[in-house]
Design a protein. Structure first.
Lengths: 398, 196
């Protein structure tokens, strides 16, 4: 016998049914969205494939930027402003990066500020914002700025218009030296306290940074003929051991160990390493053959001793033409070991430094191409990543 | 071995015409944007009907002389340069220019657009004029104070040296001492003397 009266029993059934259908309705509907708090992403520590890409934005130069890219996924992770022909370097441990930039207080007018901004690589927050005495305003090349092997110093090339290099202490955040380098340009870092510059008389200027704002300078003997066959400013260089491969317009490679007494070894030929005859220099400018060219026209994979060079067919004085192919050389044997035609000619090539390296190229529309550096196979394209992508920096390059 | 490598090794067998055509097309492709090509094709389409009316069309009788002069050109750029259109990248004075043509920005070959100021210093090129067969020193003075004009952009690299030879380098922003923000707007190409 029921403990409920018939009327109560009917009521209980009704309430139970209502509860059942009500629950079913709730289950079928979208869940109510929870209130959200705005927050900011913090990036993971950089992998070997987390890279920086410099976009100089030639169409409106004051709006340059540095992009942080996950090259494994082809995804933009973040960006920072990098105004007016900027430069950038990544610290050896990839924890920070530095942007050299120039602004005017009222946009295109007012007082000029030359700045060295230091960013935390994971938060992209400013950790220092140093005012510089000057910096070179020139279409950006990697070696307009450099960082020492231990990351303690950043070297900023200035042209005002006298040539000099400022040494910035990255711990104290101050300029400790301004070293004049008359007749010379750029900064190729070596070790923890030195850099070399290329000079207009075919020599190298080697600067040892010393305490108390002092520096000592030596000059190497002339090793190239500037009037006949200039050296690409974007020649790849490694701060840790000073290993540098100066590449000439015609395709000569001068292996060099930079130091206070830089040693330049005899040159070898990119063309000869590929079974061709050496290319002509400015004395025979009409000869058409394969030649190095572009903007950031070469990259180095340190562990495998592989030198990547953008190559095109052309006459002498086509040293800024985009490369139709990437030729890869073993720097020990001086032989070409791979030849990788590009789907789209590129003025830039970059490589990561790990055992599964990626290669980066671009086009004149700001697309960014990510390829397997060992085969040249295009893995992914970042369409319209920027406007004027001119070089990359990957962890461990220095 | 790739097909193009075979081509390289038998280069002597390839006709001069083929090599020149390839060179010119590669040069053109490497230096031009799609927008620039469309603009120039449009300009060509508009200009073609006018050519018979202009005196220059009657100068065709002088073509053999011009060809002779071109053969004296000291560089590949000079050999294919033209003397009529200062808004095109192959205009003879632009053999070492890098940047925006002031002729397309409201200025002229030696005039800055309004609102900008000319740089007192410059980089210097030596360009071959196929019309008279002479080479001239060209001062590429930048016009400064406004951001990049960015209409017709050209890159000539005859004699272009790295920045360790600043007077022959076309990457440097030559806006020193203009009294402006030193922001680059466009480049002019003034004749400053005969080079040969």
């Amino acid at each position: 016998m029921s403990l409920l009266s018939p009327r109560k029993s009917w009521l209980g059934l009704l309430l139970g049914s209502a509860a059942f259908f009500s629950a079913a309705t709730v289950q079928a509907a979208e869940p109510v969205l929870q209130t959200e708090q705005s927050d900011v992403v913090t990036l993971k520590p950089y992998s070997p494939h987390t890279i920086l890409v410099e976009d100089a934005v030639y169409t409106h130069n004051k709006d340059g930027r540095v992009d942080v890219v996950d090259a494994d996924r082809g995804v933009l992770l973040g960006m920072v402003q990098a105004a007016y022909n900027p430069n950038m370097v990544l610290s050896p441990d990839a924890s920070h990066f530095y942007v050299g930039e120039t602004t005017w207080e009222r946009g295109n007018r007012g007082a000029r500020n030359d700045l060295l901004a230091e960013y935390d690589s994971q938060t992209l927050k400013l950790t220092a914002d140093e005012k510089l005495p000057s910096r070179a305003l020139v279409t950006p090349k990697r070696n307009d700025m450099a960082i020492s092997a231990d990351g303690a110093r950043v070297y900023v090339y200035q042209m005002s218009p006298a040539n000099a290099v400022q040494v910035v202490d990255t711990k104290e955040h101050k300029v400790t030296h301004t070293v004049e380098i008359p007749g010379c340009a750029l900064a190729y870092a070596w070790g923890n306290a030195g850099f070399s510059s290329l000079c207009g008389d075919g020599t190298l200027s080697n600067v040892s940074v010393e305490a108390d704002g002092k520096a000592s300078v030596t000059h190497s003997a002339a090793f190239f003929a500037p009037d006949k066959d200039g050296i690409f400013e974007q020649s790849p260089s490694v701060a840790k051991d000073g290993a540098t491969y100066f590449i000439s317009y015609s395709g000569k490679v001068y292996p060099t160990i930079l130091s206070a007494n830089s040693v330049v070894q005899p040159a070898w030929s990119l063309q000869e390493g590929a079974g061709l005859k050496p290319a002509s220099d400015a004395t025979a400018p009409f000869e058409v053959t394969w030649r190095p060219g572009g903007w950031q026209m070469s990259a180095l994979h340190k562990d495998t001793h592989e030198l990547y060079v953008l190559m095109h067919r052309g006459t002498f004085w086509t040293h800024k033409d985009a490369g139709a192919e990437v030729w890869v050389y073993n720097t020990d044997t001086h032989k070409r070991i791979r030849r990788m035609p590009l789907k789209v000619a590129s003025t830039m090539v970059g490589v990561t430094q790990d055992a599964s390296p990626l290669m980066f190229t671009t086009d004149d529309s700001g697309d960014f191409f990510i390829s397997d550096a060992r085969t040249g196979k295009l893995l992914r394209t970042m369409k319209g990543l920027g406007t004027s992508l001119i070089f990359t920096v990957a962890p461990g390059e220095g | 071995m790739l097909p193009s490598e075979h081509t390289q090794k038998t280069e002597q067998d390839v006709s001069l015409f083929d090599r020149m055509t390839e060179s010119v097309l590669r040069h053109f492709a490497g230096r031009t944007s799609r927008r620039g090509v469309v603009a120039r094709l449009g300009g060509l389409a508009a200009a073609v009907p006018l050519f018979p009316l202009l005196p220059v069309s009657r100068a065709s009788a002088a073509a053999p002389a011009a060809g002779k002069a071109a053969s004296k050109a000291p560089t590949p750029f000079g050999a294919k340069a033209q003397v009529k259109d200062a808004n095109a990248c192959d205009y003879w004075r632009y053999c070492a220019i890098d940047g925006n043509l002031c002729t397309s920005c409201g200025g002229g070959v030696h005039s800055c657009p309004p609102g900008t100021a000319p740089s007192p210093t410059s980089w210097i090129g030596s360009c071959y004029n196929p019309q008279d067969g002479n080479s001239y020193m060209i001062a590429y003075r930048d016009c400064c104070g406004q951001d990049s004009c960015n209409e017709v952009t050209c890159l000539g690299t005859d004699g272009d040296q790295p920045s360790y030879r600043p007077m022959a380098n076309n990457d440097i922003i030559w806006c020193f001492g203009t009294g402006t923000s030193e922001m680059y707007n466009c480049s002019t190409a003034a004749v400053v003397g005969k080079a040969s």
